[in-house]
Design a protein. Sequence first.
Length: 232
Amino acid sequence: MGKDVIVACDFSSARQVFDFLDKFTDRKPFVKIGMELFYAEGPQIVREIKKRGHRIFLDLKLHDIPNTVKKSMAVLSNLDVDICNLHAAGTARMMSAALEGLTRPDGTRPLLIAVTQLTSTDSEALENELLIKEPMADVVMHYAENAKNAGLDGVVCSPLEAQAVHSRCGKGFLTVTPGVRFADGDIGDQKRVMTPAEAKKVGSDYIVVGRPITAADDPVAAYNRCIEEFVD
Ligand code: C5P
């Protein structure tokens, strides 16, 4: 899979997501389904979006004991998604179990990527609540390395970290990066952002774009602009 734009479909009902996806008659976007939509509509929403010809990143961020994660990943693998994810904090043993669960009898499996530290966790919470005393940047890189060593395919990270992740874990280790905004767009609640063109320059493999597309007056035009800046 080459570079692509993944549209974060942060909707709470099937109706909303289908109204949105119906606008795309030309190129079918790679979509991200998160907890909100999955918990509202269940696994059927994944099957239906897949049937419409979209590739799917199922963003459920699993984090549990290895056996539970392994069995749950086997269920997600049967849904025929393209990418799924988990928390690297679940340990290497949990990540290896996840890979085992994901692998189908014929040896194929969806890509598996890890969340290192959530961008909503700041240095203060890391140190005072989680009692992790190392600097945030080192923790993120160390978790990325753990994921790589466990055999995962990449990490979700800020585009600002993409270069460092690639130099630490190799070019082939995927960086899937949210926090993308157009140069003339609204930043919203994101703090550190890059444009699609900048994300391309720093080597992001996939950008995850939500509101700049879903809340645009013309979502198809906004999506095409992302493709032009990031892919073409
Ligand atoms: O609307 P926006 O472009 O900010 O959406 C970004 C998407 O990426 C959302 O689904 C958000 O939950 C997700 N995400 C993020 N930052 C992370 C991890 C995931 O924005 N560190």
